[in-house]
Design a protein around this ligand. Structure first.
Ligand code: TRP
Length: 449
């Protein structure tokens, strides 16, 4: 595999936007608001921000170091850096499997965004009473043909972008769609903040009430920060291998994490003022954006227009994330199995769809199929976000912090000693001690609670 610059991103900005696209996704606009709503608001936000800064950024740097040092996909990376310790290859394979499982259930919700985009464009949600809006959601998600159709469209769009390559596909799409996403998000914020009664939502979001914080909600904030930053299963290892040798990994990670955080906060500013202004329930769970928001749109002036903007925004965010999920798999196919990029995209997409069908149907025809008391979709969501990502991240910190030479880590982070990395010792303490302990706490709490 050549490791010249022609292999990866052409600029630092391109790298930041592509990786921020991978991080910013349904996790920010769909999952974060409902988690915050269920965990009491402002205090959750504060804890979340703390985790992103203290643990999220160092772990993102860790993935970038592994990727850029090895110049390889996630399996190749552990093969190369693990050297004689051959067992680490398993961690790479673990990443590929996790990417498959996440992609399978993530593409279900991604498909929903397209359906809602089409419905909003056709004005099909406008003017419906709340029970009808809820009905539309359950009828649609419990069906077979349409949810599968939209899921497949999403998978095909993602596959096409990946087939176009790292520079002409991933980087280009990131450079175009991320600014569009920010613009649409700001438009939505302005709309939401100009609603009368919006201040209540703002206090819910920004005035912390620490009495609402429980051990469980602190751990949810930690888990959400990993999910949102896409840490723990090799997405950032893969993208790290495309970052130019002269770019600063520290600065790059900070920018990506701040973009991700900003989008989550802005999504909160879009959703909560509107939810409170119309007396809806902020703690309604995963249905928040699909059932609660359409009612909100129905009550506001120019609601249809804002519904279209919102679901377009959600679809864009989901697409840049599915791109990074498929790239984990395709980079492996191309570099380890020596497949053509187009073949790898096609095979990856077909395999994910085969598994994804079960996730989609688990809302309807297969809803009685339970694994450990959960539907297939819920099971995939749970094992990936609560177990595979934290376990993957834990093993990664053990690898880089304990089994790989410290001088090499420092060498990669400082671009072969050409940069001063003053915070290196702090980073290394987090890598060796703080992050693993936090991760063990999440994993145990997941098992116990
Ligand atoms: N971070 C993505 C989001 O916020 C979801 C995600 C989790 C992800 N793990 C990933 C995306 C791995 C790409 C790769 O929606």
């Amino acid at each position: 595999m050549s490791n010249t610059n022609s292999r990866g991103f052409t600029s630092n900005l391109g790298a930041i936007l592509a990786a921020a696209g991978g991080a910013v996704g349904l996790g920010n606009i769909w999952r974060f608001p409902y988690m915050l709503g269920q965990n009491g608001g402002g205090a959750f936000l504060l804890v979340y921000i703390l985790f992103v800064l203290m643990i999220g950024i160092p772990l993102m740097m860790t993935e970038f170091i592994i990727g850029r040092r090895s110049q390889r996909n996630v399996v190749g990376a552990y093969k190369t850096l693990g050297g004689k310790q051959k067992g680490w290859v398993l961690l790479g394979i673990f990443g590929i499997v996790a990417a498959f499982l996440i992609y399978a259930f993530y593409s279900v919700v991604a498909g929903w965004t397209l359906n809602y985009l089409v419905m909003s464009c056709r004005g099909q949600l406008a003017g419906l009473p709340p029970e009808e809006v809820a009905n539309v959601f359950s009828t649609f998600t419990q069906g077979s043909f349409w949810p599968l159709f939209f899921q497949l469209i999403f998978l095909v769009m993602t596959g096409l972008v990946i087939t176009m390559g790292v520079q002409k596909g991933i980087e280009k799409v990131g450079k175009i769609l991320m600014p569009v996403l920010f613009l649409l998000l700001i438009l939505m914020c302005v709309r939401s903040l100009t609603l009368s009664g919006s201040h209540q939502g703002m206090s819910f979001l920004f005035k912390p009430d620490f009495s609402k914080l429980t051990g469980q909600s602190i751990l949810s904030a930690l888990g959400q920060s990993f999910f949102s930053l896409s840490i723990g299963m090799g997405a950032m290892v893969t993208y790290g291998s495309y970052i130019r040798k002269e770019d600063r990994l520290f600065k790059t990670s900070i920018w990506i994490a701040l973009c991700d955080l900003l989008v989550a906060v802005l999504a909160g500013i879009v959703i909560f003022p509107a939810v409170f202004a119309f007396g809806m329930d902020p703690a309604s769970g995963p249905e928040l954006v699909y059932v609660v928001l359409p009612n909100v749109f129905n009550n506001m002036p120019a609601g249809t227009l804002f519904a279209v903007i919102f679901f377009l925004l959600l679809a864009i965010a989901a697409l840049t994330s599915t791109i990074s999920l498929l790239e984990i798999i395709v980079a492996f196919g191309v570099e380890e199995l020596h497949w053509k990029r187009s073949t790898a995209s096609l095979v990856g997409t077909i395999l994910v769809f085969v598994v994804g069908v079960f996730c989609t149907l688990s809302f309807g025809p297969l809803k009685d199929v339970k694994i450990f008391d959960r539907t297939i979709f819920e099971f995939f969501d749970l094992i990936t976000a609560s177990y595979l990502m934290p376990i993957g991240a834990l093993l990664m910190t053990i690898f880089l912090g304990w089994c790989y030479p410290k001088v090499e880590v420092k060498d990669e982070l400082s671009n072969n000693g050409t940069l001063k990395v003053r915070a290196f010792e702090l980073y290394y303490i987090i890598l060796r001690y703080i992050a693993p302990l936090a991760l063990i706490a999440i994993i145990i709490s997941g098992i116990v609670g």
